[in-house]
Design a protein around this ligand. Structure first.
Ligand code: GDP
Length: 194
């Protein structure tokens, strides 16, 4: 058992300019249903932390949490490709997320979540290309490891890494359901926010 990250919700902002000042920040990005809320809850050791960001109206906002007793923050970005909203609403998020990622000072790491069971989607690969093109610091986190049969795992890890043009060791695999990889991810987050 590793120590959970003590995250407290601060606010939801519609634009980067309305986020609070920070000393160091990491951002979670990924398409909806990738397991972002479950992962945030898992690293925080809480059941409902990320509920805040999943309540209607907040799904299109930048949800900001502070690591307790520090000036460091974690931002949960809206999931892209959300199925239940109109195309125009959807289209308005991408520039908002991109502005945030480009303009936010002290953004130490962007965690791009990819569904480990199904592999990177077209929109995941577009986001990855965009992060690379803008030389933004990022790490690929593959979710739902427990959904991949153990006999298939090594193969799947190689396939997912190849699809992302990475080495297998560069991808952080996690299962929020089984706590796999969560202690390691917590340590990485502590390092990025140190
Ligand atoms: P979000 O839309 O990215 O915030 O995704 P959620 O965290 O709400 O998860 C989407 C679905 O995937 C839910 O049904 C979760 O229960 C499921 N899920 C998330 N993480 C895991 C995991 O590690 N393992 C399994 N088996 N299911 C998961």
């Amino acid at each position: 058992m590793s120590r959970p990250l003590q995250l407290e919700f601060i606010l939801s902002a519609p634009e980067v300019g309305q986020l609070p000042p920070t000393r160091a920040e990491i951002a979670f990005v990924g398409r909806s249903n990738v397991g972002k809320s479950s992962l945030l809850n898992a690293i925080a050791g809480r059941k409902k932390l990320a509920l805040v960001s999943n309540t209607p109206g907040r799904t299109q906002l930048l949800n900001c949490f502070r690591l307790q007793r520090t000036d460091a923050t974690v931002v949960d970005c809206p999931g892209y490709g959300y199925a239940n909203v109109s195309k125009t609403t959807r289209a308005s998020w991408q520039p908002m997320i991109e502005r945030y990622l480009l303009e936010r000072e002290r953004l130490e790491m962007i965690l791009l979540l990819v569904d480990g069971e199904i592999g990177p989607t077209k929109s995941d690969l577009q986001m990855l290309d965009w992060l690379r093109a803008n030389t933004l610091p990022h790490s690929v986190i593959a979710t739902k490891l427990d959904k991949v049969k153990s006999s298939q795992r090594d193969k799947r890890k190689r396939e997912l890494a190849t699809a992302c043009m990475l080495e297998p060791a560069d991808v952080v695999w996690v299962s929020a359901a089984k706590d796999t990889g969560i202690p390691r991810l917590r340590e990485l987050v502590r390092l990025w926010l140190a």
